[in-house]
Design a protein around this ligand. Structure first.
Ligand SMILES: [Zn+2]
Length: 333
Protein backbone atom coordinates (compact mmCIF):
# COMPACT_ATOMS: atom_id res chain seq x y z
CA UNK A 1 0.00 0.00 0.00
CA UNK A 2 1.20 3.48 -0.83
CA UNK A 3 1.92 5.28 2.43
CA UNK A 4 0.99 8.91 2.24
CA UNK A 5 2.32 11.40 4.79
CA UNK A 6 0.33 11.43 8.03
CA UNK A 7 -0.55 15.03 7.56
CA UNK A 8 -3.48 17.33 8.15
CA UNK A 9 -4.68 18.93 4.91
CA UNK A 10 -8.10 20.59 4.69
CA UNK A 11 -10.70 19.38 2.20
CA UNK A 12 -12.98 22.38 1.81
CA UNK A 13 -15.62 21.27 -0.70
CA UNK A 14 -19.18 20.51 0.31
CA UNK A 15 -19.64 16.78 0.74
CA UNK A 16 -22.42 14.69 -0.83
CA UNK A 17 -25.43 13.85 1.36
CA UNK A 18 -24.79 10.65 3.34
CA UNK A 19 -26.44 7.32 2.57
CA UNK A 20 -28.15 6.13 5.72
CA UNK A 21 -27.62 2.46 6.51
CA UNK A 22 -29.61 0.66 7.68
CA UNK A 23 -32.38 2.66 5.98
CA UNK A 24 -34.52 2.25 9.11
CA UNK A 25 -32.09 4.61 10.90
CA UNK A 26 -33.55 7.65 9.11
CA UNK A 27 -35.84 8.43 12.05
CA UNK A 28 -34.85 9.23 15.65
CA UNK A 29 -36.24 5.92 16.96
CA UNK A 30 -34.69 4.03 14.06
CA UNK A 31 -31.28 5.61 14.72
CA UNK A 32 -31.46 4.77 18.44
CA UNK A 33 -32.37 1.17 17.61
CA UNK A 34 -29.50 0.90 15.11
CA UNK A 35 -27.06 2.32 17.64
CA UNK A 36 -28.30 -0.05 20.34
CA UNK A 37 -27.90 -2.99 17.98
CA UNK A 38 -24.37 -1.87 17.13
CA UNK A 39 -23.27 -1.35 20.74
CA UNK A 40 -24.68 -4.63 22.04
CA UNK A 41 -23.82 -6.90 19.08
CA UNK A 42 -21.06 -9.46 19.71
CA UNK A 43 -17.53 -8.47 18.75
CA UNK A 44 -16.01 -9.89 15.56
CA UNK A 45 -14.37 -13.25 16.17
CA UNK A 46 -11.05 -13.19 17.97
CA UNK A 47 -11.18 -9.51 18.95
CA UNK A 48 -11.83 -8.71 22.64
CA UNK A 49 -14.90 -6.47 23.11
CA UNK A 50 -13.83 -2.84 23.08
CA UNK A 51 -15.66 0.05 21.45
CA UNK A 52 -13.73 3.06 20.30
CA UNK A 53 -15.44 6.36 19.48
CA UNK A 54 -13.85 8.64 16.88
CA UNK A 55 -15.21 12.20 16.85
CA UNK A 56 -14.89 15.42 14.88
CA UNK A 57 -16.08 19.03 14.75
CA UNK A 58 -19.74 18.07 14.26
CA UNK A 59 -19.91 16.98 17.87
CA UNK A 60 -19.00 20.47 19.10
CA UNK A 61 -21.61 22.37 17.02
CA UNK A 62 -24.16 22.09 19.86
CA UNK A 63 -21.59 23.83 22.09
CA UNK A 64 -21.74 26.83 19.78
CA UNK A 65 -18.57 26.09 17.81
CA UNK A 66 -18.62 26.06 14.02
CA UNK A 67 -17.80 22.85 12.20
CA UNK A 68 -16.14 23.00 8.77
CA UNK A 69 -18.46 21.34 6.27
CA UNK A 70 -21.88 21.46 7.96
CA UNK A 71 -24.77 23.73 6.94
CA UNK A 72 -23.30 26.64 8.94
CA UNK A 73 -19.74 25.37 8.74
CA UNK A 74 -16.77 27.69 8.41
CA UNK A 75 -16.05 26.62 4.82
CA UNK A 76 -19.64 27.47 3.79
CA UNK A 77 -20.35 30.63 5.78
CA UNK A 78 -16.97 32.22 5.21
CA UNK A 79 -15.97 31.25 1.66
CA UNK A 80 -12.63 33.01 1.84
CA UNK A 81 -11.58 31.19 5.02
CA UNK A 82 -8.20 29.60 4.68
CA UNK A 83 -6.38 28.08 7.64
CA UNK A 84 -2.75 28.96 8.24
CA UNK A 85 -0.20 26.30 7.31
CA UNK A 86 2.49 25.21 9.73
CA UNK A 87 5.39 26.17 7.44
CA UNK A 88 3.95 29.66 7.02
CA UNK A 89 3.50 30.04 10.79
CA UNK A 90 7.03 28.86 11.46
CA UNK A 91 8.74 31.01 8.84
CA UNK A 92 6.79 34.22 8.79
CA UNK A 93 6.64 36.77 11.63
CA UNK A 94 3.92 38.72 9.77
CA UNK A 95 1.79 35.59 9.36
CA UNK A 96 2.12 34.91 13.10
CA UNK A 97 1.02 38.45 13.96
CA UNK A 98 -2.10 37.95 11.87
CA UNK A 99 -2.73 34.49 13.29
CA UNK A 100 -2.42 35.65 16.91
CA UNK A 101 -4.54 38.76 16.36
CA UNK A 102 -7.38 36.59 15.02
CA UNK A 103 -6.83 33.99 17.69
CA UNK A 104 -6.82 36.66 20.41
CA UNK A 105 -10.35 37.65 19.36
CA UNK A 106 -11.54 34.06 18.93
CA UNK A 107 -10.29 32.65 22.23
CA UNK A 108 -12.96 34.24 24.43
CA UNK A 109 -15.80 32.41 22.66
CA UNK A 110 -14.01 29.08 22.81
CA UNK A 111 -12.99 29.60 26.41
CA UNK A 112 -16.54 30.14 27.59
CA UNK A 113 -17.98 27.26 25.49
CA UNK A 114 -18.74 24.01 27.31
CA UNK A 115 -19.12 20.33 26.39
CA UNK A 116 -22.66 19.44 25.29
CA UNK A 117 -25.02 16.49 25.72
CA UNK A 118 -23.18 14.58 22.97
CA UNK A 119 -19.98 14.58 25.04
CA UNK A 120 -21.91 13.60 28.17
CA UNK A 121 -23.70 10.81 26.27
CA UNK A 122 -20.26 9.36 25.51
CA UNK A 123 -19.43 9.65 29.21
CA UNK A 124 -22.60 7.72 30.08
CA UNK A 125 -21.84 5.04 27.48
CA UNK A 126 -18.43 4.77 29.13
CA UNK A 127 -20.05 4.43 32.58
CA UNK A 128 -22.27 1.66 31.17
CA UNK A 129 -19.23 -0.17 29.85
CA UNK A 130 -20.35 0.23 26.24
CA UNK A 131 -17.57 2.62 25.18
CA UNK A 132 -13.96 2.08 26.22
CA UNK A 133 -11.82 4.66 24.43
CA UNK A 134 -12.16 7.92 22.50
CA UNK A 135 -10.09 9.51 19.76
CA UNK A 136 -11.07 13.04 18.84
CA UNK A 137 -9.92 15.34 16.07
CA UNK A 138 -11.25 18.28 18.07
CA UNK A 139 -8.90 20.70 19.79
CA UNK A 140 -11.52 22.23 22.13
CA UNK A 141 -10.78 19.99 25.19
CA UNK A 142 -14.49 19.10 25.57
CA UNK A 143 -13.86 15.34 25.73
CA UNK A 144 -11.36 15.39 28.62
CA UNK A 145 -13.64 17.91 30.40
CA UNK A 146 -16.81 15.82 29.96
CA UNK A 147 -15.33 12.39 30.69
CA UNK A 148 -11.94 12.71 32.43
CA UNK A 149 -11.91 9.02 33.38
CA UNK A 150 -12.60 7.70 29.86
CA UNK A 151 -9.25 7.47 28.00
CA UNK A 152 -9.12 10.06 25.21
CA UNK A 153 -6.52 10.79 22.57
CA UNK A 154 -6.64 14.31 21.16
CA UNK A 155 -5.34 13.44 17.69
CA UNK A 156 -4.74 17.03 16.61
CA UNK A 157 -3.68 18.39 20.00
CA UNK A 158 -5.45 21.06 22.06
CA UNK A 159 -5.87 24.82 22.12
CA UNK A 160 -5.72 25.05 25.93
CA UNK A 161 -1.92 25.23 25.72
CA UNK A 162 0.88 26.75 23.71
CA UNK A 163 4.02 24.86 22.91
CA UNK A 164 7.44 26.31 22.13
CA UNK A 165 8.79 25.13 18.76
CA UNK A 166 12.36 25.31 20.14
CA UNK A 167 12.24 23.80 23.68
CA UNK A 168 8.75 22.14 23.52
CA UNK A 169 7.78 23.65 26.88
CA UNK A 170 4.01 24.09 27.24
CA UNK A 171 2.34 27.27 28.47
CA UNK A 172 -1.34 27.63 29.48
CA UNK A 173 -3.39 29.56 26.95
CA UNK A 174 -5.04 31.69 29.66
CA UNK A 175 -1.66 33.10 30.68
CA UNK A 176 -0.74 33.69 27.04
CA UNK A 177 -4.08 35.43 26.39
CA UNK A 178 -3.39 37.86 29.26
CA UNK A 179 0.02 38.55 27.77
CA UNK A 180 -1.53 39.28 24.35
CA UNK A 181 -3.96 41.71 26.02
CA UNK A 182 -1.09 43.44 27.84
CA UNK A 183 1.01 43.73 24.66
CA UNK A 184 -1.91 44.91 22.48
CA UNK A 185 -4.05 47.35 24.48
CA UNK A 186 -5.97 48.67 21.43
CA UNK A 187 -6.96 45.10 20.51
CA UNK A 188 -7.89 44.35 24.12
CA UNK A 189 -10.22 47.39 24.14
CA UNK A 190 -11.71 46.29 20.81
CA UNK A 191 -12.23 42.76 22.16
CA UNK A 192 -14.17 44.14 25.13
CA UNK A 193 -16.36 46.17 22.72
CA UNK A 194 -17.21 43.33 20.36
CA UNK A 195 -17.74 40.89 23.22
CA UNK A 196 -20.32 43.29 24.64
CA UNK A 197 -22.01 43.74 21.22
CA UNK A 198 -22.29 39.98 20.64
CA UNK A 199 -20.36 40.17 17.34
CA UNK A 200 -18.28 37.16 18.31
CA UNK A 201 -21.35 35.00 18.80
CA UNK A 202 -21.66 34.50 15.03
CA UNK A 203 -19.30 33.50 12.22
CA UNK A 204 -21.41 35.21 9.59
CA UNK A 205 -19.45 38.25 8.28
CA UNK A 206 -22.64 40.28 7.56
CA UNK A 207 -24.02 39.68 11.04
CA UNK A 208 -20.66 40.53 12.58
CA UNK A 209 -20.57 43.81 10.65
CA UNK A 210 -24.04 44.68 11.94
CA UNK A 211 -22.72 44.18 15.47
CA UNK A 212 -19.73 46.47 14.97
CA UNK A 213 -17.03 44.07 13.77
CA UNK A 214 -15.99 45.05 10.26
CA UNK A 215 -14.03 42.46 8.33
CA UNK A 216 -12.35 42.68 4.94
CA UNK A 217 -12.96 40.11 2.14
CA UNK A 218 -10.31 37.80 3.63
CA UNK A 219 -12.26 37.69 6.87
CA UNK A 220 -9.70 39.86 8.66
CA UNK A 221 -10.87 42.37 11.21
CA UNK A 222 -10.62 45.93 10.03
CA UNK A 223 -9.14 47.85 12.98
CA UNK A 224 -7.85 51.11 11.45
CA UNK A 225 -5.88 52.26 14.52
CA UNK A 226 -4.25 48.89 15.14
CA UNK A 227 -3.33 47.04 11.92
CA UNK A 228 -2.12 43.44 12.05
CA UNK A 229 1.41 44.58 11.33
CA UNK A 230 1.57 46.12 14.81
CA UNK A 231 0.21 43.10 16.71
CA UNK A 232 2.69 41.75 19.28
CA UNK A 233 3.04 38.31 20.87
CA UNK A 234 5.31 37.07 23.66
CA UNK A 235 8.42 34.90 23.31
CA UNK A 236 8.80 31.55 25.09
CA UNK A 237 9.80 32.54 28.67
CA UNK A 238 12.10 29.55 29.03
CA UNK A 239 13.99 30.21 25.78
CA UNK A 240 14.20 33.89 26.66
CA UNK A 241 15.86 33.08 29.98
CA UNK A 242 18.07 30.40 28.52
CA UNK A 243 18.41 30.49 24.69
CA UNK A 244 18.50 26.95 23.25
CA UNK A 245 21.66 25.55 21.63
CA UNK A 246 21.99 25.59 17.84
CA UNK A 247 23.11 22.55 15.79
CA UNK A 248 26.36 24.44 15.12
CA UNK A 249 27.20 24.46 18.84
CA UNK A 250 26.30 28.08 19.54
CA UNK A 251 23.24 29.67 21.15
CA UNK A 252 20.06 30.73 19.35
CA UNK A 253 19.05 34.38 19.55
CA UNK A 254 15.85 35.21 21.47
CA UNK A 255 15.20 38.94 21.45
CA UNK A 256 12.25 40.89 22.77
CA UNK A 257 11.17 44.53 22.72
CA UNK A 258 10.89 46.64 25.88
CA UNK A 259 7.56 45.03 26.82
CA UNK A 260 8.68 41.44 26.25
CA UNK A 261 7.24 40.85 22.74
CA UNK A 262 9.15 38.49 20.43
CA UNK A 263 11.13 40.53 17.90
CA UNK A 264 12.26 39.76 14.40
CA UNK A 265 16.01 39.05 14.69
CA UNK A 266 15.21 36.10 17.00
CA UNK A 267 15.93 32.60 15.74
CA UNK A 268 14.10 30.66 18.51
CA UNK A 269 11.46 30.91 21.22
CA UNK A 270 8.38 30.92 18.98
CA UNK A 271 5.23 29.74 20.71
CA UNK A 272 2.57 27.92 18.69
CA UNK A 273 -0.81 26.53 19.69
CA UNK A 274 -0.41 22.94 20.93
CA UNK A 275 -2.42 21.69 17.96
CA UNK A 276 -1.39 19.96 14.77
CA UNK A 277 -1.63 22.77 12.25
CA UNK A 278 -2.53 22.16 8.62
CA UNK A 279 0.50 20.80 6.82
CA UNK A 280 2.09 19.66 10.08
CA UNK A 281 2.66 16.02 10.98
CA UNK A 282 0.85 14.57 13.95
CA UNK A 283 3.16 14.01 16.93
CA UNK A 284 4.75 10.57 16.46
CA UNK A 285 3.79 9.42 19.98
CA UNK A 286 0.16 10.45 19.45
CA UNK A 287 0.08 8.61 16.13
CA UNK A 288 1.41 5.41 17.74
CA UNK A 289 -1.04 5.63 20.65
CA UNK A 290 -3.98 6.23 18.29
CA UNK A 291 -3.06 3.25 16.12
CA UNK A 292 -2.76 1.09 19.24
CA UNK A 293 -6.25 2.18 20.35
CA UNK A 294 -7.61 1.26 16.92
CA UNK A 295 -5.81 -2.09 17.08
CA UNK A 296 -7.48 -2.88 20.38
CA UNK A 297 -10.98 -1.89 19.23
CA UNK A 298 -13.55 -4.45 18.17
CA UNK A 299 -15.97 -1.71 17.13
CA UNK A 300 -15.49 1.82 15.89
CA UNK A 301 -18.26 4.38 16.28
CA UNK A 302 -17.64 7.54 14.24
CA UNK A 303 -19.46 10.69 15.38
CA UNK A 304 -19.61 14.22 14.00
CA UNK A 305 -16.94 13.83 11.36
CA UNK A 306 -16.92 13.36 7.62
CA UNK A 307 -13.39 11.88 7.92
CA UNK A 308 -12.18 14.47 5.44
CA UNK A 309 -8.80 14.75 7.16
CA UNK A 310 -6.45 12.02 6.08
CA UNK A 311 -5.24 11.23 9.62
CA UNK A 312 -8.77 10.36 10.80
CA UNK A 313 -9.81 8.58 7.60
CA UNK A 314 -6.71 6.44 7.82
CA UNK A 315 -7.60 5.28 11.33
CA UNK A 316 -11.10 4.28 10.19
CA UNK A 317 -9.64 2.45 7.20
CA UNK A 318 -7.19 0.68 9.49
CA UNK A 319 -10.04 -0.49 11.74
CA UNK A 320 -12.03 -1.72 8.77
CA UNK A 321 -9.04 -3.57 7.29
CA UNK A 322 -8.41 -5.48 10.49
CA UNK A 323 -12.04 -6.57 10.75
CA UNK A 324 -13.44 -4.25 13.42
CA UNK A 325 -17.15 -3.64 13.26
CA UNK A 326 -18.12 -0.26 11.84
CA UNK A 327 -21.72 0.91 11.53
CA UNK A 328 -21.14 1.17 7.78
CA UNK A 329 -22.02 -2.08 6.00
CA UNK A 330 -21.04 -0.55 2.65
CA UNK A 331 -17.64 1.02 3.11
CA UNK A 332 -16.54 2.60 -0.14
CA UNK A 333 -12.89 1.97 -1.00
ZN1 LIG B 1 11.17 27.63 24.44
Amino acid sequence: MLRKPYMRIPYTDVLAAPTITPSSANTFQGAVAALQEFLTAPSPKGIPPSTLVLTGAGLSVASGLADYRGTNGTYRVNKSYRPIYYSEFLQNHEARKRYWARSFLGWTSLHKARPNSGHFAIKHLGDLGLVHNVITQNVDSFHPKAHPSLPTIELHGYLRSLVCVSCHEELPRDVFQEELARLNPAWAAFLREITASGALDTENPDERRRRGMRTNPDGDVDLPDAPYTTFRYPACPRCLANPPPTPEGGRAAVEVDNDGAWSAPSTAGILKPAVTMFGENIRPQTKIEAEKMVDEASKLLILGTSLATYSAWRLAKHAKDRGSRLPLPTWEE
